[in-house]
Design a protein. Structure first.
Lengths: 284, 201, 256
C-alpha cells in the first residue's frame, strides 16, 4: 500500500514572493527508507513540514495540490489528527523538549496524554520506546540534563510512542557531536527494522547511501530525481546541486571498479570493500 | 495579505510558547538590573516584546502570568501587581499594533505613555498595601518629604511611583525596540500573519 | 543546571498531602475574612492559625526569605506613617527628639497585619505544594490544558534562561569585565552578551511550537493524566470546613 502520495504540491510562505515548493509529485511505499538530499533552501525542510501538516496549518500561506498520508488528506485534517499517522524530528534537540515535564518518562507521555490514550496503554508504550531507544537508565532524569544525542533520542522516542506509521527526520544529527550522531543513527536503524517508513533529510551523504532504499534529489523547490542511491550518486551533474557522491563511490569511480551484475558503482563502504577485494583477486 | 486582528483571543501554539519566553526575558532584565546595580527594574522587557510580536491580549497574559509566577516563587505580594503588568501589556500592544514603535524616538514616547499608565494602575495598589509607598528608596524618600509637607497621600504616592516608572519604562521600551529590530522576518511573520490559508492557482 | 522554579519543600506531613485546590481555597478564605470582618484581632488570629499550619508542615524556617522583602517595606511604613501620617495627633513615644504618633502607628499595624496574613497563607500553598501537582489540579478543575502548559513550561524555562545568562556573566566577570564603575560602561559591557540569549529564546519559540503541534498539543480528545492523584476522604471535609468558616464570618458581619 502507498504510505505517502504527493500530487503537484505547490506552496508559498506568507508575504513571500517565490514558491517554496513548485509542483512536487512522488509516492512512497510502506517500510521504505527514503533519503532526501540537496543544497540549503532547496525546499527539503518545507517538504518535510508539508508531510506532517505544519505546512500549511502552522504557517498558513498559499497552498495547492494534494498530499495523502496513509489515506489521510493533509489539508483536510489537523496536525493532531495527522500525528497519529506521521511524526517528525527536527534538528535542534533542545527545542523539541516540551519544557513542561520534569522527567524523561513524563516527557514521552506528553503526546499520549494529549491524544487521550488510556494510562495502561501509555505506560506500555513508554516502556517499549525507552527500550527501543536505549533510554531506560535515564527515565527519571530531567530532560534538560541529557546530552545532545540522548535528548535527540528522547525526541524520537516521544514521537515513536505516538505510534506513527511514518517518521520524518529533518537533519536529526546536524547539531550533534560525532558520538551523539552515531547514537541517533543506530536508533534510526532500529526504527527501520521495526517496519516504520522513514523520510530522512541528511547532509552526511555516506549515511544516506548506507540506509536509503531510494534517494530524492531536490533543487529550488522541485524534485530533480528520485531513484535508488546507485543511480542518483552516478549523476555527473550532482555537484551542480551542491551534493557530493559518497567517498566510496568517488574512489571506485576513479579506479573504475563497478558491480559486474548491475554495471553501477558501489555506494556503501561494505559494497565498495567487497568489490575492491574481488578486483584485487582478479588482478593477481 | 491578511493581518492578525488587534483583539484576537485565538491563541496559536506559537503565541502560547511565546509567553514563557517573554517571562524568562522579564526575569533576565531584572537580574541584569540587579547585577549592574542599575536604579531600574527592567522587569517588563519580555512583556513588551510579547505585545509587540503578538498583540495586547498575549502581552497582557504574559504580564499576568509573570506576576503569578513571581508571586508563587519569590514574593506573594507581586500577585496584586499583575494588574499593572496587564495594563503594560495592553498599552504596548495597542501602540505597537498602530505602528508607533518603529524608531528610537517613538519607542521613547511609548515608554512615557507606558510609565503613566503603569503609575495610574499601581498607585491604588500601593495605597492599599503599603500606605502609598513603592519600596524604591528614591521614590519613598520623595513620598516621605511630600507627606511631611501635607501633600495628599494619593498624589504623593503617584509621584513616588512615577519618578521610578519614567526612567524604567523608557529604558524598557528602548531595549525592547532594539531587540525587536534584530528579530528575523520569518519569526515576526509567524506572529503577525493572518489565520487563513490561501488557495494557489 | 536544570531546575524547576519552585519553593516546594519536600516533607512527609499531613499538610503536604492536602489537595492543592483546598490550599488555594485556604488562601482565598484567609484573604477574604479580614475584609469581611475588619478587626485587628481577626487578622492576628488568622496569622496565628497560618503559623501553626506552617509549623505542622515543618516549613516555618523557609518562610523567612519569602517574607523578608515585604517586612523591610513594612518597617519603613511603620516609621513613615508613625512620623508623618495625616491624622497624627496623639503622641505615642519619643526616640531621641523624634516623635511617633499613635494614629500613624495604628494604621501601619493594620496594613502590616493585612500583608503578613496574606503572605503566610500563600507560604502554606507554595511551600507545601509541588507546582506540577498544583497545575494538574487546576487543569482537572477546568483550566485549559494549553494554559496549564504555559505555566509548567514557564517554571522550567525561566531557570534555564537564567542559568544561561548567569554563566555568561560569570565568564565575563572572570575575564575582568566591568560590573562596577560608570553606568554607561556597565551597560555597554553586558548588553551584547545578553542580547543573544534573549533573541535566541524568541527565535526558539517557532521550533518549540512546531514540536508541540506534532505532539497533538491542539488535540480535541479528552486529555489523560499519567500521574493520577487519589482523592482522599479528608479533601471534602476540609473543603466543607473552609466554606463553613467563610459563611460564618459573613453571618457575623451581618449580625454585628
Amino acid at each position: 500500500m502507498k504510505k505517502i502520495i504527493v500530487e503537484n504540491l505547490k506552496y508559498r510562505y506568507p508575504l513571500s514572493e517565490n514558491l517554496a515548493l513548485k509542483g512536487i509529485s512522488f509516492e512512497v511505499e510502506g517500510g521504505e527508507f527514503i533519503g532526501i538530499i540537496g543544497r540549503n533552501l532547496a525546499g527539503k525542510s518545507t517538504l518535510c513540514q508539508a508531510l506532517v501538516g505544519l505546512v500549511p496549518h502552522f504557517y498558513k500561506g498559499a497552498y495547492s495540490g494534494n498530499v495523502e498520508i496513509s489515506g489521510m488528506n493533509v489539508l483536510e485534517n489537523n496536525i493532531s489528527e495527522l500525528s497519529k499517522k506521521i511524526g517528525i524530528v527536527f534538528q535542534n534537540p533542545f527545542t523539541q523538549i516540551t519544557a513542561a515535564k520534569l522527567t524523561v518518562y513524563e516527557e514521552i507521555a506528553f503526546g499520549l496524554e494529549n491524544m487521550g490514550i488510556e494510562i495502561k496503554e501509555t505506560i506500555r508504550r513508554i516502556e517499549y520506546v525507552l527500550h527501543l531507544l536505549d533510554l531506560e537508565k535515564y527515565k527519571d532524569r530531567n530532560p534538560f540534563e541529557l546530552s545532545g544525542g540522548q535528548m535527540q533520542r528522547l525526541a524520537i522516542a516521544s514521537i515513536i510512542a505516538m505510534k506513527p506509521e511514518i517518521i520524518v527526520l529533518d537533519e536529526p544529527t546536524s547539531q550533534l557531536d560525532p558520538q551523539g550522531s552515531e547514537e541517533v543513527f543506530k536508533a534510526i536503524q532500529s526504527l527501520s527494522r521495526e517496519g516504520i517508513t522513514i523520510m530522512m533529510v541528511e547532509q552526511k551523504i555516506e549515511k544516506i547511501a548506507q540506509y536509503a532504499d531510494r534517494v530524492m534529489l531536490m533543487s529550488d523547490g522541485e524534485v530533480v530525481d528520485f531513484d535508488v542511491p546507485q543511480k542518483i550518486f552516478l549523476r555527473d551533474d550532482l555537484l551542480n546541486y551542491g551534493v557530493q557522491a559518497p567517498v566510496f563511490t568517488r574512489v571506485c569511480r576513479s579506479l573504475n571498479i563497478k558491480n559486474k551484475n548491475t554495471g553501477l558503482y558501489p555506494v556503501t563502504l561494505d559494497e565498495a570493500y567487497e568489490l575492491m577485494v574481488r578486483h584485487e583477486q582478479n588482478r593477481s | 495579505m491578511n493581518k492578525r486582528r488587534l483583539w484576537s483571543f485565538s491563541f496559536t501554539t506559537a503565541t502560547l510558547v511565546l509567553i514563557p519566553a517573554a517571562i524568562g526575558i522579564n526575569y533576565i532584565g531584572k537580574l541584569f538590573a540587579g547585577v549592574l546595580k542599575l536604579p531600574l527594574w527592567l522587569d517588563s522587557i519580555g512583556t513588551a516584546l510579547a505585545s509587540m510580536l503578538s498583540g495586547p491580549v498575549v502581552g497582557a497574559i504574559s504580564g499576568a502570568i509573570n506576576n503569578i509566577i513571581y508571586g508563587l516563587t519569590m514574593d506573594p505580594i507581586s500577585f496584586v501587581y499583575a494588574l499593572t503588568s496587564i495594563a503594560i501589556g495592553i498599552t504596548v500592544g495597542i501602540i505597537a499594533y498602530n505602528g508607533r514603535i518603529n524608531t528610537l524616538w517613538k519607542s521613547i514616547i511609548a515608554g512615557v505613555v507606558v510609565a503613566i499608565v503603569a503609575a495610574i494602575v499601581s498607585t491604588p495598589l500601593n495605597v492599599i498595601f503599603w500606605g502609598g509607598q513603592t519600596g524604591n528608596v528614591w521614590g519613598d524618600a520623595l513620598y516621605a518629604y511630600l507627606i511631611a509637607h501635607a501633600v495628599p497621600v494619593w498624589i504623593a504616592s503617584f509621584l513616588d511611583e512615577i519618578v521610578v516608572d519614567f526612567p524604567d519604562k523608557i529604558a524598557t521600551m528602548i531595549i525592547a525596540f532594539l531587540i525587536f529590530k534584530g528579530l528575523p522576518r520569518k519569526l515576526i511573520l509567524l506572529y503577525q500573519s493572518g489565520e487563513t490559508i490561501e488557495k494557489l492557482d | 543546571m536544570a531546575k524547576t522554579l519552585s519553593l516546594y519543600v519536600e516533607r512527609n506531613t499531613f499538610i503536604h498531602r492536602v489537595d492543592s485546590i483546598n490550599k488555594i481555597l485556604y488562601v482565598l478564605v484567609s484573604v477574604a475574612i479580614p475584609l469581611i470582618l475588619p478587626y485587628k484581632f481577626v487578622a492576628v488570629l488568622l496569622i496565628l492559625i497560618s503559623i501553626s499550619f506552617l509549623l505542622l508542615a515543618k516549613v516555618m524556617r523557609r518562610v523567612i526569605p519569602l517574607i523578608e522583602f515585604s517586612v523591610i517595606i513594612l518597617l519603613s511604613i511603620v516609621i513613615i506613617q508613625g512620623l508623618f501620617h495625616a491624622g497624627n495627633k496623639t503622641v505615642a513615644f519619643h526616640i531621641a527628639r523624634i516623635t511617633f504618633y499613635k494614629e500613624g502607628l495604628s494604621y501601619a499595624f493594620t496594613l502590616s497585619m493585612r500583608v503578613i496574613n496574606i503572605l503566610l497563607a500563600f507560604a502554606i500553598l507554595v511551600l507545601t505544594t509541588k507546582p506540577s501537582e498544583l497545575i494538574e489540579a487546576l487543569v482537572k478543575k477546568g483550566l485549559s490544558p494549553r494554559f496549564g502548559y504555559v505555566l509548567s513550561s514557564a517554571l522550567q524555562i525561566i531557570p534555564q534562561m537564567m542559568s544561561a545568562v548567569g554563566s555568561i556573566m560569570d565568564a565575563q566577570r572572570s575575564r575582568g569585565l566591568e560590573t562596577e564603575g560608570n553606568l554607561a560602561v556597565r551597560i555597554r559591557a553586558f548588553f551584547p552578551l545578553i542580547g543573544p540569549v534573549v533573541m535566541g529564546s524568541l527565535i526558539e519559540t517557532r521550533e518549540r511550537a512546531m514540536a508541540l503541534e506534532v505532539r497533538a498539543f491542539n488535540s480535541r480528545e479528552k486529555k489523560t493524566f499519567l500521574n493520577e492523584r487519589q482523592n482522599l476522604r479528608s479533601d471534602n471535609v476540609i473543603r466543607l470546613i473552609l466554606f463553613s468558616i467563610l459563611s460564618l464570618s459573613i453571618v457575623l458581619r451581618v449580625l454585628l
